[in-house]
Structures are given as C-alpha cells and as structure tokens.
Design a protein around this ligand. Structure first.
Ligand code: DOR
Length: 449
C-alpha cells in the first residue's frame, strides 16, 4: 500500500508558468509532485489512490494576495478557521491576510499569533501582511524590519491609504531593502469625503454621495512617482477605474517597479447593482435598491471601467486577481447604505466570477489561471514560485475545477462566516471540485476534509 501516493487521473493540466495546457495525469507523493503530464506506469505504486479527474481542469492552487481574516478582534465577522475553509472551497491554497485587525498586525508578536492560529486552525497556507504604520494610524512607520524577520510577505495599511507622501516614500525605501512590496489602498480621503458609491448616474438617482475616479487615480499617480523616486516596489490594490489601467501601463513601460491587482467584482458587476435585483437577472425580487451587499471599497463602477479592467487583466497590465474577501456580520449590513460597512465575501465566488471572462471570450483559460497563480506569486517574489507551479519536485498545492459547471450562489452554504455577497441567487459557471495543500485534500466533493 502507498497511502501517501495520489494519482490525479486525466485532467486538463493547466500550468501557466511552464506554458502547459494538456490532458495528462499528476502523481503526488508525500506532499510533492512526482510527475505531471505523462506519468510512467512504473512510477505508480500498488495501492496508489486514484482520483478520476477526466473532463476537469487541474492547475496550481490559487493564490490570493489580499483578503481579510478578521482575527484577532473581529471573530464575529470571520476567523482564520472559517476563512481558510472558505479559501479551500474557492480553490485557494495560499492566502495573504491584511493587518486591519484589532490589534493590527504591526509587531512580530502579532505576526507570530497569526502564524500560530493558522497552524492550529487553518487548512490552507496563511501569509500575514504587516502594517506600514504603527497601529495603521498613518503617523509613524511600523518596525518594518522586525515584521519582515517575523515573516510578513508585504506591507499595507489596507482599509486605509498611507496618506502622508513622505511616510510612503520612507516605507518604499525601507521595503526595497527588505525585498518586499508595499500594497497601497489608493484613496485620496480629502477627495472621497463622505462618498459611499461611485460618482455617476446611479448615485445621483439614488441620492447617494459619489466617489469620483480621481480618488483612486490621484493617489496611484503619487505612488508611482514615489516608486520611481525610491526604487521600492509598489503594489496597487483593488484597481477599479478605467483611468488606473493606463497609469500602470505607462509606469511599467518606464521600468518603474509597479504591480497591480483587480477584484472579481470590479471585473464583472457595475454600480447598476446598487439599484438591486441584478443577481436574479430580473431586476426585481432578489433584493432592493440601496442594496448594502453592493457596498465595497473601492466602489463598483461603470461598464466602461469594467471593460477597461478586463482588458488590462487580459493584456497582463494588471498582474493578478485578488479577492479583497471582506466578510461582515449580516446585521451590520441591515442598515442604511451610508451606515453599512464596505466589503464583500468573495473567496467562494471568485472562480465562478472570474471565469465569466473566459466564457465571455475576453481571455483564455490559461491566461486566467496565470492571473490567479503565477501573477500573484510574482507580486510577492521568488519565495512563492514553488507554490504556483505543477513542476515535478515542487509542493503539491493543486486545485481541480469544472469550468463549465453551473451553480446558484447561496451564501448560506458558504464556509465563510461572511454571508455578505450581492451574488445571492446569481448563477455562476465554474466550480471547484477539490483543493489539495501539500499533497492533502482539504476540500473534496463539496465538503471540507
Ligand atoms: O470593501 C472593503 N472592505 N475595502 C477595503 O479596503 C477594506 C475592507 C474591509 O476590511 O472590510
């Protein structure tokens, strides 16, 4: 018997880093990929467990470089246990959690706490992101070296921008010495003021205060200038406007160290959804206008923004898809649009949403998988290379999914504690069948293992 050996038989293997898109087999032993593509029968031991995957896709497990696990401090919204189960159900094998916890992740003890909780309760890999500033207050830099030594993979005050340009300059200078990126939540607060949704026709019709696109683009332009000045790596979080895409493109062309991410919701739905009822496709019934499930930062924007972001992702100007999974307790959303917290629970719908780009003919499946594996790994640096490939000898972090399976989103079935999604009742095409972390299935046949 060889209980630790698993043969994944017959999937379409998509391994973007090696340019592989072919039907074959994957052999895993003791947490490592022994072979992928053609597996010699001589290498398959007697008693090997066989997982039939004909008609399915197998790729490196997805990597999410931006999610909120809420622990410590907000365990009524999400826990590391529930968040990692949601990740497994969504096909993610590595996730990076933002430091807007209470207390925030701004010292090594906090980093170690997250790492320990993840070891004890987590079922996928969890990588903490450390604060740029102490307490996320924007006044004084955190002990960035201490955080780096403790194991953070990036720095961010996400949820809030680093407003002070001089602090951002210093953060980029130090982080470049540490070899880590700074992820900024680009929001010019003096411009966004009391805005709660995208500025435009829908906001005017609903009488809600709008957030202009310049809120994002102004700070993004500043950050790009500071990356050029310092040589530090800036990663631009959750792009939402058409105008952000050429800013990243031009910076790249000028050789400035800039990377960027976009969320599934900004690629697929618009501010029309704030009017309600869109998920059911009827425009009535599923929900009502002022649907607080659509409240997110940055806000949902217009179709022209969605189109530009899709094109930017397809062309590789935007490096990757990140979920910005932001779970909130339901009752907090049962208030006015102004008072509701921003955020959508995304981990479990990310693949189904993202596949709309493939089904809609905007990008190939291998390109999409690249943006969910190799792309995010590239943002984080070389230490993630072994988690984003199916090359023999590397870690067996694998997702198996059916790109054509249609399902109806029911947040009550989410593993996440956050049931806050505007997609309740929506039909998505594409679902995860199994998720393997280091050779062990953590999600299979509709259940967390
Ligand atoms: O919608 C959001 N929710 N955007 C953010 O940047 C933060 C996040 C949260 O923490 O809830």
């Amino acid at each position: 018997m060889a209980p630790d050996t698993i043969l994944i038989k017959g999937p379409r293997i998509i391994d973007p880093g090696r340019g592989v898109d072919e039907v074959g087999d994957i052999l895993v032993r003791d947490g490592v990929i022994l072979a992928s593509g053609t597996v010699s029968p001589d290498d398959i031991p007697e008693g090997c467990r066989v997982v039939e995957a004909g008609g399915l896709v197998a790729s490196p497990g997805f990597i999410d470089i931006h999610c909120h696990l809420r622990e410590p401090g907000y365990e009524y919204k999400e826990t590391i246990a529930a968040g990692t189960r949601a990740a497994a159900r969504g096909g993610f094998t590595s996730i990076c959690c933002m430091p807007n916890t209470d207390p925030p992740i701004d010292n090594s003890a906090m980093v170690e706490f997250i790492q320990q909780r993840a070891r004890d309760e987590g079922i996928v890999r969890v990588f903490p992101i450390g604060c740029v500033t102490k307490g996320r207050k924007g006044k004084e830099l955190s002990e960035m070296e201490e955080l780096a030594v403790a194991g953070v993979v990036a720095f961010s005050d996400d949820g809030d921008p680093v407003e002070d340009p001089n602090l951002m300059r210093l953060a980029l200078t130090y982080s470049s010495d540490l070899g880590l990126p700074v992820t900024n939540h680009c929001q010019d607060l003096s411009l966004s003021r009391n805005g709660v949704m995208a500025e435009g026709r829908v906001a005017t019709r609903l009488g809600l205060a709008g957030i202009p696109s310049a809120v994002e683009e102004a700070m993004m332009a500043r950050d790009i200038a500071l990356a050029e000045l310092t040589g530090g790596r800036i990663h631009l979080a959750h792009l939402s406007t058409a105008g952000s895409v050429p800013l990243v493109r031009q910076a790249r062309e000028r050789g400035i160290p800039v990377t960027a991410e976009v969320c599934p919701h900004h690629l697929t739905i618009t501010d029309e959804w704030v009017l309600g009822g869109q998920a059911s496709g009827t425009g009535t019934g599923a929900s009502f206008a002022y649907d607080t499930m659509t409240k997110v930062y940055p806000p949902l924007r217009g179709q022209q923004d969605v189109d530009a972001l899709v094109q930017g992702l397809a062309e590789g100007v935007i490096d990757c898809i990140a979920t910005d999974h932001a779970p909130h307790e339901l009752i907090s959303k049962l208030v006015t649009y102004e008072d509701a917290p921003s955020g959508i629970s995304v981990l479990e719908t990310a693949l189904g949403s993202a596949l709309q780009l493939v089904h809609g003919g905007h990008m190939s499946l291998i390109a999409l998988v690249e943006r969910m594996t190799v792309g995010p790994a590239r943002v984080l640096g070389a230490s993630f290379d072994h988690l984003s490939t199916l090359a023999p000898g590397t870690t067996a972090d694998i997702v198996i999914f059916d790109p054509d399976l249609e399902w109806v989103v029911d947040p009550d079935e989410f593993q996440s504690m956050g049931k806050n999604t505007p997609l309740r009742g929506a039909t998505l095409k594409g679902q995860v069948v199994a998720t393997m972390v280091q050779g062990r299935f953590v999600y299979q046949d509709g259940a967390v293992v």
